[in-house]
Design a binder for this molecule. Structure first.
Ligand SMILES: Nc1nc2c(ncn2[C@@H]2O[C@H](COP(=O)(O)OP(=O)(O)OP(=O)(O)O)[C@@H](O)[C@H]2O)c(=O)[nH]1
Length: 651
C-alpha cells in the first residue's frame, strides 16, 4: 500500500490513448424535442471589437457526474445576464430530451458571456462538459478550446473516479485548474476534508479554493473573478494567418452543418473562403458568430475567440473534429488534432415489426447525420430480418442512441447483445478485427488457421469506501480482472486499479459495482491494448437451426453459465407450438445446454362452437396479423417480441 501523494505520476497514463476509448455523442441542436434556451437578448448582431484577446477567457467546468456542473453553468449564465434569472433555470445547457430525462449531460455545450470586472468588459467562453465516463471524449476535445478549467468537487462526496480522470485530461493539456468545492449547503458537506483531498491527490494550491453552493448561490459571485484572475487569456495573434480548431459540430436542418471553432490565430470573417487542412475541402463562410446562448452573428471572430461558423457543409462526416481551418490561399501549420473516436461496442439493430424497416432506415440516417461516431453497416439476420450493425463508443452511448430512436423517431427496435472488437491473428500473419459474431472463425478454422485470439483490455480505476473492498475484489475477480494497484485516498476511502477485459466492463459491470457498494463506488477506465484469450463463439439452435442474431463471443470459462441461462430464458419466451421445440446452445457441434418445450394443440377458434362466423373470421384475422410479427426459424414460429424481451433481459 502507498500514500496518495504523487498520484499524478501513477495515473498519468497515455492521455491520448485514454481519449480513444472514451465515448462521445453529438447533439441535434435543432431537435424537435429540444427545449429552446431562454435568451435574454433577441438575436441581433453583437459587436466584439471593443474586447481585445487579453480580455477573453476560454474555460470549461469539469467534474464527476452530478457534482453540479450544469447547475453552476446556470448560475454563471444568470449572473452575466446571458439568460434571465427567473429563479427556475435548471441545467439550461442540457438541451437534449435524453439529458433532461436522465439528468445527465451528454453533449458539451459552449456559451459566450459578457462580464464587467474592475470596470473592464470581458468575453468569457464557457464550455459545459459531460461528467459520465462514457462521454469523456467530449470533455477532452472541449478542453482543447480552453486555457483553463473549473474542477468542481461535491463537498459531501469528495473526489470520485471521474474527478481524477477529468483532472488528468486537463492537466495533460496544460490547462490552469481552479478547484471549486460545490454543494457546501448539504448537511453532509465537509469542505475542509475535500480541500485536503484535492491538495494531496492533485498537488494543487488550495489556499484560495472556492467553496460554493450552485444551488443556493452562496459565493457564486467569487467564481468569475477567479476565472479572470487565474486563467490566462488565449495567446494567438490577430495579425498571423488565420488558423482555427474545429472542436464541435452539429447538423441543422435549415443551414446544414454548424461548426464550433476556436480561432487560434488571425481573423475569420463572413464571406471568407476557407479550407480544411484534413479534408482539403473548400468552403465559403456565410455566417459567423458566438453562442449567446443561441447563435448570434458577429460578422467575424478573431484570435482567441470561440464561436460558430456556417459554411455550406452538407454532412456531419465532412466536419472532422480536430481539423484546422485556414484561408484558402494561406499555408499554415495545422493545429494538433485529436485521435478519431473509435467504436468499441457493436450491436445489431432490427425493427420489432419488419414492415418498419424503411422508416427505421430514415430515422437512423437522420440520427447519425449528427453523430459521425456511430458506424453503420447493413446486416441481414435469419431471425430478425434486415437491420444494421452499429458501432458505438460505449454502452451508454448505445443506450442513448436507442432511447433517442425510440423517443424522437418513435422506433421500436431490437438491439442485440453488444460485442467488443476481438482480434484474430492467423498463422499466415494476417490479422482481422471481428465486430460481429457472424465473422468469428469456425471451430475448424480456429484449430487449423488461427494462431491466437485476442480481446481488448481496459485499465479501470475505482474509488470506494474501504468496507467494500471485499465486494469489489470479488466483483473484479469474477470479471477476470487482475489487480494492478490500490491505495488509500484518505482515512476511509480506497482507490483500486484493475486490468479487465472490455467485454466484462460493457455488460452490467457498472450496475453491479453500484449495487455491491450501495452506490458509493465510482469508476472510470482507459483502453489498455489487447490480450490473448481463450475465446469461443456460442450459438443458439432452435430445432437444430442456428439463430444467428443470438450468437455471442465468450471466454470459454463463461460458456456453461451463459449457455444454461440462455436456454432457460428462451424457453420462457417461446410459446408452445403443435410440435416439440428443442432449444440448445452450442460451441461448434458441441452442445452446451438444452431445454425442451413440449408440443400442444391449439385452435384459436375452438371456443366459437361453429355459430358466429364474424367472430370466427376476426379471430383468424387477428392470428394472421400476429403472424406478420413472427419469425420462422426452421418450422418454429418465434415472435419478434420474444427476441426483444430476450435482449432486454425481460425473462
Ligand atoms: N444541494 C445542492 N445540490 C446541488 C448543488 N449544485 C447542484 N446540485 C444538484 O445536484 C444534481 C446534479 O446537478 P447537475 O448540475 O446536473 O450536475 P452535473 O455535474 O452537470 O451532472 P452531469 O452533467 O450529469 O455530469 C442536481 O439535482 C442539482 O440540483 C448545490 O450546490 N447544492
Amino acid at each position: 500500500m502507498r500514500s496518495l501523494y504523487g498520484l499524478s505520476r501513477l495515473l498519468s497514463a497515455d492521455l491520448r490513448q485514454q481519449q480513444c476509448i472514451r465515448h462521445y455523442i453529438q447533439k441535434r441542436w435543432q431537435s424537435k424535442t429540444t427545449e429552446k434556451l431562454k435568451s435574454a437578448d433577441p438575436t441581433k448582431e453583437i459587436d466584439l471589437t471593443d474586447i481585445p484577446a487579453e480580455r477573453i477567457r476560454n474555460f470549461s467546468i469539469i467534474a464527476h457526474i452530478d457534482h453540479g456542473k450544469s447547475t453552476l453553468a446556470d448560475r454563471l449564465l444568470e449572473l452575466t445576464k446571458t439568460i434571465r434569472d427567473q429563479g427556475s433555470n435548471k441545467q439550461v445547457l442540457d438541451k437534449l430530451k435524453v439529458e433532461r430525462e436522465r439528468g445527465i449531460t451528454v453533449k458539451a455545450q459552449t456559451v459566450s458571456m459578457f462580464y464587467t470586472y474592475k470596470g473592464q468588459k470581458y468575453l468569457l467562453n464557457l464550455i459545459d462538459t459531460p461528467g459520465h465516463v462514457d462521454f469523456s471524449y467530449e470533455v477532452s476535445r472541449s478542453l482543447a478550446a480552453c486555457q483553463g478549467t473549473l474542477l468542481l468537487v461535491d463537498a459531501s462526496q469528495g473526489i470520485q473516479a471521474q474527478t481524477v480522470a477529468n483532472f488528468y485530461l486537463a492537466f495533460g493539456q496544460g490547462l490552469h485548474v481552479i478547484p471549486v468545492i460545490n454543494k457546501i449547503d448539504l448537511p453532509g458537506a465537509n469542505p475542509d476534508k475535500v480541500v485536503k483531498q484535492i491538495h494531496s491527490a492533485f498537488e494543487l494550491d488550495t489556499a484560495d479554493v472556492l467553496k460554493i453552493s450552485a444551488k443556493t448561490r452562496k459565493n457564486i459571485e467569487a467564481v468569475l473573478p477567479s476565472v479572470i484572475d487565474n486563467i490566462p487569456s488565449p495567446t494567438g495573434s490577430k495579425d498571423k494567418p488565420m488558423r482555427a480548431l474545429l472542436f464541435d459540430s452539429w447538423f441543422d436542418t435549415y443551414v446544414g452543418v454548424v461548426c464550433m471553432l476556436a480561432v487560434v490565430d488571425g481573423v475569420i470573417k463572413k464571406g471568407d473562403k476557407i479550407m480544411s487542412a484534413h479534408g482539403e475541402e473548400k468552403y465559403e463562410v456565410s455566417e459567423v458568430g458566438i453562442m449567446h446562448p443561441e447563435q448570434v452573428p458577429t460578422g467575424y471572430l478573431h484570435a482567441g475567440q470561440v464561436g460558430y461558423i456556417i459554411c455550406g457543409m452538407k454532412t456531419a462526416s465532412e466536419a472532422h473534429i480536430g481539423d484546422t481551418f485556414h484561408h484558402l490561399k494561406s499555408k499554415v501549420e495545422p493545429l494538433p488534432g485529436f485521435e478519431a473516436a473509435k467504436s468499441m461496442v457493436f450491436a445489431g439493430i432490427f425493427p420489432v415489426d419488419t414492415t418498419d424497416f424503411q422508416k427505421l432506415d430514415e430515422s437512423i440516417k437522420k440520427l447519425t447525420l449528427n453523430d459521425a461516431s456511430v458506424s453503420v453497416h447493413k446486416e441481414t439476420s435469419n431471425a430478425l430480418g434486415q437491420g444494421w450493425r452499429l458501432g458505438f463508443l460505449g454502452t451508454l452511448h448505445m443506450d442513448v442512441f436507442r432511447q433517442r430512436l425510440e423517443e424522437e423517431y418513435e422506433a421500436n427496435v431490437i438491439v442485440t447483445q453488444p460485442t467488443v472488437p476481438y482480434k484474430v491473428v492467423f498463422r499466415n500473419g494476417e490479422e482481422k478485427i471481428v465486430r460481429n459474431p457472424a465473422d468469428f472463425p469456425s471451430v475448424d478454422e480456429v484449430s487449423t488457421k488461427v494462431l491466437n485470439l485476442q480481446e481488448p483490455m481496459v485499465l479501470a480505476t475505482m474509488i470506494f469506501p474501504e468496507e467494500y473492498m471485499g465486494q469489489m475484489m470479488d466483483l473484479c475477480g469474477t470479471r477476470r480482472g487482475e489487480q494492478t494497484e490500490y491505495m488509500f485516498m484518505d482515512e476511509t476511502r480506497v482507490l483500486m486499479k484493475y486490468r479487465l477485459p472490455l467485454a466484462e466492463v460493457v455488460t452490467d459491470f457498472y450496475d453491479e459495482l453500484k449495487s455491491r457498494t450501495s452506490g458509493y463506488a465510482t469508476f472510470d477506465y482507459e483502453e489498455n491494448g489487447y490480450e490473448m484469450s481463450d475465446l469461443v463463439k456460442m450459438t443458439v439452435l432452435i430445432n437444430s437451426k442456428p439463430v444467428d442474431a443470438l450468437s455471442i463471443i465468450l471466454h470459454r470459462g463463461q460458456v456453461q453459465v451463459v449457455g444454461r441461462d440462455w436456454v432457460k430464458r428462451l424457453k420462457g419466451l417461446i410459446q408452445r407450438q403443435l410440435f416439440e421445440i428443442v432449444i440448445q446452445t452450442a460451441i461448434g457441434h458441441k452442445i452446451v445446454a438444452r431445454e425442451t418445450i413440449t408440443a400442444m394443440r391449439k385452435n384459436v377458434t375452438a371456443k366459437c362452437y361453429g355459430g358466429d362466423i364474424t367472430r370466427r373470421m376476426k379471430l383468424l384475422e387477428k392470428q394472421k396479423a400476429g403472424k406478420k410479427r413472427m419469425k420462422m426459424i426452421g418450422n418454429v414460429e418465434i415472435p419478434q417480441k420474444a427476441f426483444y424481451d430476450f435482449m432486454d433481459k425481460k425473462a
